[in-house]
Design a protein around this ligand. Structure first.
Ligand SMILES: Cc1cc2nc3c(=O)[nH]c(=O)nc-3n(C[C@H](O)[C@H](O)[C@H](O)COP(=O)(O)OP(=O)(O)OC[C@H]3O[C@@H](n4cnc5c(N)ncnc54)[C@H](O)[C@@H]3O)c2cc1C
Length: 406
């Protein structure tokens, strides 16, 4: 039997799949990138890029491109339910940029995708993959392209299908429903009071969760909400994210900002997976990257950075597998260990911080204490951005500072 035509097939061409495709194609692998959408395509998102995301985009040679299309953000406002307000600058951490960028995903994903193609990856759009099976030669992939059945073979695969669970369920890689954050956003033009800051509001939405106003220009903002439906604020069980969005924008402060604003499109909802600590990371001859592996910050809901980083880690691991000629089950198990060494502790700690502070009892106190204690404020900024060992956020010293305000 002849070997499969492609070394690696990647399902999903968002930031996770396209970064893996770029790093693999650059190493000379024969990469086939598949997506059910044609590019460019829209992706419902808050459009915020953390310094970690900017760092890897810079490594991919894309910093200039994202700067050209993006909007620089220098600080973060947090608003607590009892009117407490905290402003934080983006701290400098080692060589990471000390700013954020917002950029509509329609543009960002196209930039990353094009880089993968330039590096040599082949692409087929409008290709919805329904199943993947491990074979003696590698993997067998089946799906539909323009309503026609279609099949591919590759030595191995990467699944980068984001929060869409269908393929993971069909392949039995995912055997139970993971917990999901519910989220929705809308672009509005003519929003007043926008600045070079993003704002997160803990008022007018179920906790844990937050509403956001992310400027993407001097007048246009991406406004949205995200909340954990399994949170402790069970007195309010919203029907869906649209209902929460409508409630959030009706709050006085936001309503005031939107007085002269016009919606550029209808509100769009999409779930977010952030269950990495318990999520499967491989199966059927494939490695999982990005949100398909639950890699979204469980405190903030940001996942572009982790999608890009895990794409690069998967590429690095696959390179080792090809060098060793190893496609044994140990090689897949060791990818799981590799990913967990990078992200497990951070994710477990971020989820603990969310549980401890982002609730009606402590959120206002947390923000008020951070206003008064510069060290706590700096630590908070670093934790939100995924810069710092988040364990510091739940240390006895921090809990004491939060509770006592000194
Ligand atoms: C409302 C909202 C706001 C958010 N805000 C932010 C933010 O501000 N900053 C941030 O960093 N993150 C944010 N996130 C999270 C972020 O959008 C994701 O974590 C990120 O897109 C994950 O990248 P990915 O490459 O893993 O998956 P995706 O970007 O979702 O890409 C997956 C790709 O796979 C394709 N696909 C899926 N199934 C199949 C299939 N069966 N066959 C073929 N193709 C398939 C899809 O078409 C898609 O192109 C937000 C998410 C939501 C919902």
């Amino acid at each position: 039997m002849s070997s499969p035509k492609h070394d690696i097939a990647i399902i999903g061409a968002g930031p996770g799949g396209s970064s893996a495709a770029y790093f693999l194609a650059k190493q000379g692998f024969n990469v086939l990138l598949l997506d059910k959408a044609e590019f460019p395509r829209h992706k419902t998102c808050g459009d915020g890029l953390t310094p970690r995301a900017l760092d890897i985009l810079s490594e991919m040679g894309l910093l200039e491109d994202v700067h050209r299309e993006g909007f620089r953000i220098d600080g973060i406002h947090l608003f607590a339910p009892r009117q407490q307000h905290l402003h934080m600058s983006i701290p400098q951490k080692e060589n990471l940029p000390n700013y954020l960028l917002t950029i509509p995903r329609f543009k960002l994903d196209q930039i990353i995708f094009e880089r993968a193609i330039q590096a040599g990856a082949a692409f087929q759009g409008k290709t919805n993959i329904h199943n993947i099976e491990k074979t003696t030669q590698g993997i067998f992939i089946s799906g539909k392209h323009n309503q026609q059945n279609i099949e591919f073979e590759a030595r191995m695969g990467i699944i980068a299908t984001g929060a869409n669970l269908k393929l993971l369920k069909n392949t039995k890689i995912l055997t139970k429903q993971p917990p999901m954050i519910m989220a929705a956003r809308q672009y509005l033009d003519g929003v007043s009071g926008l600045s070079r800051n993003v704002a997160a509001y803990f008022d007018g939405i179920p906790l844990p969760g937050y509403g956001w106003v992310f400027p993407i220009s001097d007048t246009i903002a991406n406004i949205g909400v995200g909340y954990w439906p399994h949170g402790i604020a069970r007195h309010w069980k919203p029907k869906n994210a649209h209902q929460v969005f409508n409630h959030f924008v009706a709050q006085e402060t936001v309503r005031e900002m939107l007085k002269n604003a016009v919606a550029l499109e209808p509100v769009k909802g999409f779930p977010i997976r952030m269950d990495f600590p318990t999520a499967p990371t491989f199966g059927q001859g494939c490695l999982l990257v990005g949100e398909a592996a639950g890699l979204v910050n469980p405190l903030t809901g940001e996942g572009i950075d982790f999608a890009l980083e895990s794409g690069r880690l998967a590429a690095e691991h696959i390179q080792g597998m090809f060098e060793r000629g190893g496609f044994l089950s140990e090689d897949f198990v060791s990818y799981n260990a590799f990913l967990r060494r990078h992200f497990q502790r951070l994710f477990v700690m971020l989820a603990r911080i969310r549980k401890l502070y982002i609730n009606p009892l402590l959120i206002s106190r947390f923000i008020e204490s951070a206003q008064n204690i510069p060290d706590l404020q700096l630590m908070l900024a670093n934790i939100i951005l995924g810069h710092e060992d988040a364990a510091a956020g739940v240390s006895p010293k921090t809990i004491r500072q939060v509770l006592l305000g000194k």
